[in-house]
Ligand binder design. Structure first.
Ligand code: FUL
Length: 457
């Protein structure tokens, strides 16, 4: 070995070592370089999910149980998980999550680690397993399944001892992650946990070992490394520019938003005489526009009643909501009119990703146009970014061409991400375009559609 070669080897080794000790932020992570996992993009495609809350609270007119309710209060006569799943499927949900244990600590599956749960209740003679019933019903209907296991537990005495409780939580996680097939999502609720220290790294490591593809949802403040994030409210709306990459103390990560909201305003559990809180179809469509239409996923909270069924009024509302979304966005003006594109935008093939994308020629700017055979009137645009390569659009306008060839903006925005829905005053034009004004690298557009929402009312 020559002297020079040895010196180069040493320099390389020192270089590698010092890199290994540099914090990630100094290595230079850049928002535009952070890309999603395939599990995350597949999840973003689901767009609508449902979260079922059902337990002792259902029978006691409560939102937060204190963990002292007798297990015997849980006795629904007609639990019908298929009816729950069919109800949310009609709303367009593609996945469901069951609250397997809420803050009251009552388990809806026969956990071997506690007696406080369905196995001590009269329901199905103490032999019931609601996690199994909902998982089976979801899969039978082609929906994905996930679970919510509350970290905050107001019943179990182990909660007072952080280490003992971690062990308990891990044991329950093992049961849920080992016995109910593939889990789409693991919901880690932040409520009530203030001051309690959890060993989240261990919890998530355990989950990854048993369920490598499960996406962990949590509040950014609760667990820094999860895959999905809470949007900061329970209104089902994202009222700001939605960037998928977030920074938590210098640590960048792709964490799309799941925007949760209960179907009955402010109520996650069922309550008697509560019909007035059922959200209207208009409210729900607005939630959709401001969650899915702002690049997030909409998570609707559903509360089965004491009978064990989703109430008829909720079933009807979910159906109306699903129909309203399909009426608005099921068919676009590009589907029902002849058009061409100077930019070479091809007819979008819905549901496809890579194959159907249009990529701007310029690295930081571009325009994707649609030229109709005759003038059309529209009041809404829907744009989707192909995210596999990252989120790159930072500023854009929807524009129409006026006589004399002048382009006029009718909507402006910054982030597009998974999906962006823009509403504007009706405009009649023959030539429209999505004008990308600023992108961090060549942006990929998966879909650009125009609609007349007024015409669907
Ligand atoms: C919150 C909880 O406190 C509510 O009871 C509900 O479970 C909601 C989905 O998350 O943090």
């Amino acid at each position: 070995m020559t002297k020079n070669f040895r010196a180069v080897r040493w320099l390389c080794a020192i270089g590698m070592l010092s890199l290994a000790f540099l914090p990630a932020r100094i290595i230079g992570q850049n928002f535009a370089d952070v890309k999603p996992s395939v599990q995350q993009t597949n999840w973003q495609d689901l767009e609508i999910g449902a979260l079922f809350h059902f337990g002792t609270n259902t029978f006691l007119d409560r939102e937060w149980g204190d963990g002292r309710a007798a297990a015997s209060v849980f006795n629904p006569p007609n639990v019908d998980a298929e009816q729950w799943v069919e109800a949310v499927k009609a709303a367009g949900a593609k996945y469901v999550i069951l609250v397997a244990k809420h803050h009251d600590g009552f388990t809806l599956w026969p956990s071997e680690l506690t007696d406080y749960g369905v196995k001590s209740s009269p329901w199905r003679g103490g032999k019931g397993d609601l996690v199994r019933e909902v998982a089976d019903a979801a899969r039978k209907n082609g929906l994905k399944f996930g679970v919510y296991l509350s970290p905050w537990d107001r019943h179990d005495p182990r909660y007072a001892d952080a280490k003992a409780y971690d062990q308990y939580y891990l044991g329950q996680l093992d049961e849920l992650a080992s016995n109910y097939g593939e889990l789409e999502e693991w919901w880690m609720d932040g409520a009530g946990s203030g001051g309690h220290v959890y060993d989240f790294d261990r919890i998530v490591q355990e989950l990854r070992m048993l369920q490598p593809n499960t996406l962990v949802f949590s509040d950014v403040a609760l667990y820094k490394n999860s895959d999905l994030r809470w949007g900061g409210n329970e209104d089902g709306r994202v009222e700001y520019e939605n960037w998928n990459v977030v920074d938590r103390a210098g640590y960048l990560r792709w964490r799309p938003i799941e925007a949760d909201t209960p179907l009955r305003k402010l109520h996650w559990f069922w309550h008697p005489n509560d019909e007035a809180s059922l959200k209207s179809t208009d409210d729900l469509v607005k939630d959709y526009d401001e969650s899915v239409g702002h690049g997030a996923t909409l998570m609707l909270g559903i509360a089965p009643d004491r009978n064990g069924r989703v109430p008829d009024s909720d079933v009807a509302r979910l159906k109306e909501f699903g129909e309203a979304v399909r009426a608005r966005y099921g068919k676009s003006l590009l589907d029902s009119n002849e058009w061409t594109s100077d930019a070479g935008y091809a007819a979008p093939r819905r549901g496809e990703s890579a194959g159907a994308t249009w990529t701007a020629r310029d690295a930081h700017e571009g325009a994707l146009d649609v030229k109709f055979a005759k003038p059309v009137t529209f009041d809404c645009a829907m744009t989707m970014e192909w995210l596999t390569d990252g989120q790159h659009v930072q500023r854009y306008a929807i524009e129409v061409e006026r006589e004399g060839g002048q382009w006029v903006a009718i909507a402006n925005g910054e982030a597009i991400g998974h999906k962006k829905i823009d509403h504007f005053a009706p405009v009649t034009a023959q030539h429209a375009r999505l004008h990308l004004l600023d992108t961090s690298s060549a942006a990929h557009i998966r879909e650009f559609q125009l609609y007349s929402v007024a015409a669907t009312k």
